[in-house]
Design a protein around this ligand. Structure first.
Ligand SMILES: [Fe+2]
Length: 227
């Protein structure tokens, strides 16, 4: 395990490995129990279509399903991918479901439809482990992320002024990686908060780089706990 570095260090130094390498489930019931224990699991042999993914989701969760939104396709240079075709830049650490606001999903599912010719490794980070590590690594940033409301309102969207880490109505902590992120208009320390926001994203990148990676195969479906 990597050592936790001293308070306030920045850059690309490694931090503690908070990565989750999901185990393969042997059955739908096994998937649920692995998700409960580890936060994520992989179901294999899932077909490539959206209906295939929806069908296995209903099998896993049964009567627990309250809502099952449309799938979002993410492929190189395409829909929902922010990088152009041919880019070798990794996606930054982020949480999905921000657009749902307080109705953020309880679970998310990521289906591997096509493998990459090269690379293609995945990273999942345990948000609770990351926050625990952050409380020792950088207590000032930890306090800021949990307690200081900042402006996360995307252009043209409903106002969203909240801390980077909030607690959902289900009592779960949601970690935000907003596209737009500025001090609140009421902030009395905008320059200091801007520096902390920059440090938040630098620190997330360090956690991404330090996390153990794994490969998904075509037909694998990750089931994970939401933000
Ligand atoms: Fe995503």
């Amino acid at each position: 395990m990597m050592p936790i570095l001293a308070n306030g260090t920045t850059g690309s130094e490694p931090v503690v490995d908070c990565g989750v390498v999901p185990m393969y489930a042997e059955s739908p019931a096994d998937a649920l129990s692995l998700v409960g224990a580890d936060g994520a699991a992989i179901v294999s042999g899932v077909g490539p279509s959206e209906e295939d993914a929806r069908s296995v989701t209903r099998t896993i969760f049964g009567s627990m399903v309250l809502a099952l939104p449309e799938a979002a396709a993410v492929f190189e240079g395409g829909e929902k991918d922010t990088h152009p075709y041919g880019s070798d830049q990794p996606l930054p650490l982020h949480s999905d479901g921000f657009a749902y606001g307080l109705l953020a999903p309880d679970y998310f599912l990521l289906s591997c439809v096509r493998d990459g010719d090269t690379g293609g490794e995945s990273v999942l980070v345990d948000g609770y482990a990351m926050l625990n590590a952050l409380s020792e690594l950088d207590p000032e940033l930890h306090h800021f992320a949990l307690n200081v409301a900042i402006d996360q309102t995307e252009p043209g969207m409903h106002p969203c002024i909240a801390p980077l880490v909030s607690t959902s109505s289900a009592g779960r902590m949601a970690i935000r990686t907003p596209i737009y992120c500025e001090p609140s208009p009421e902030s009395t320390n905008p320059d200091g908060e801007r520096a902390l926001i920059a440090r938040w994203f630098e620190t997330l990148e360090r956690f991404r780089q330090s996390a153990t990676r794994f490969r998904m195969n075509v037909g694998d479906l990750i089931v994970g706990v939401g933000t």
